[in-house]
Design a protein around this ligand. Structure first.
Ligand SMILES: *Cc1c(COP(=O)(O)O)cnc(C)c1O
Length: 229
């Protein structure tokens, strides 16, 4: 499958999931996760109309930002765990940070930022020890007590467990949606919290049914090593 075919397939699945959930496809942003896509591959996706790209490693992120800088309109999403000492390097290039997962990271961003930074607070809904992020209670407490100058909490992000159990996936995404609505209703300064970053190759259709506004899809776009005969 070519990238064009992969993208057509993902796009039609997004549309179908939106139709099923009575939502508009325009309300769901597809963030192409480029962990295994090189700069030429990103250019190809750009020429197919994609503008939102996501990376999870600082060194590769910076290389790709540099390689693609002549392409107008690109939005760069940083989606991986971000070490405090690397904040200063990446901050100027980030349009969205999906992985605000601890108070010390927020403090460092506040210290270094020279403009507004749109962030998703990462929440560990499933409670797996391997996952980063605030618990639901910690998220509420942190956001209630914070006073941001540069950070804007535009929404919440979660990673679902790696499972085919659809009931469990619905549950995790539904809980994030409930928490998002609860936070939004608190009407906190610089915390509009209207967005939901959830859903990956394994589960983005379920995430859309549960209200995702940003889905982060990698493998479904890139498995073009599968040669069709
Ligand atoms: C890799 C990654 C994705 C994309 O996962 P796929 O299974 O390739 O779609 C999404 N979000 C984060 C945080 C990731 O690290």
């Amino acid at each position: 499958m070519t990238k064009q075919q992969n993208l057509a397939d993902v796009s039609s699945r997004i549309e179908a999931a939106c139709l099923k959930a009575n939502r508009k496809p325009d309300d769901v942003a597809l963030v192409a996760v480029t962990k295994t896509i090189d700069a030429a591959g990103i250019e190809e996706l750009y020429s197919l109309g994609l503008r939102n790209f996501g990376e999870n490693r600082v060194d590769v992120f910076l290389e790709k930002v540099e390689a693609l800088k002549a392409h107008p309109g690109i939005k760069w999403h940083f989606i991986g765990s971000l070490q405090t000492r690397k904040v200063r390097q990446v901050l100027p290039h980030i349009d969205y940070l999906h992985s605000l997962d601890r108070p010390s990271l927020a403090a460092e961003i506040e210290k270094r930022a020279e403009r507004d930074i749109d962030c998703f607070l990462e929440v560990n809904i499933s409670g797996e020890a391997s996952k980063h992020g605030f618990t639901k209670e910690e998220a509420i407490e942190f956001l209630t007590e914070a006073s941001f100058q540069h950070i804007r909490i535009i929404g919440l992000m979660t990673m679902a467990p790696l499972t085919q159990d659809e009931t469990e996936l619905h549950q995790v995404f539904h809980e994030l949606k409930e928490l998002q609505q609860r936070v939004a209703s608190l009407d906190l300064n610089r915390v509009p919290c209207t967005e939901l970053s959830m859903g990956m190759t394994n589960d983005y259709e379920i995430a859309i049914q549960e209200g995702a506004t940003y889905i982060r899809v990698g493998r479904a776009l890139v498995n073009d090593e599968i040669v069709e005969v």
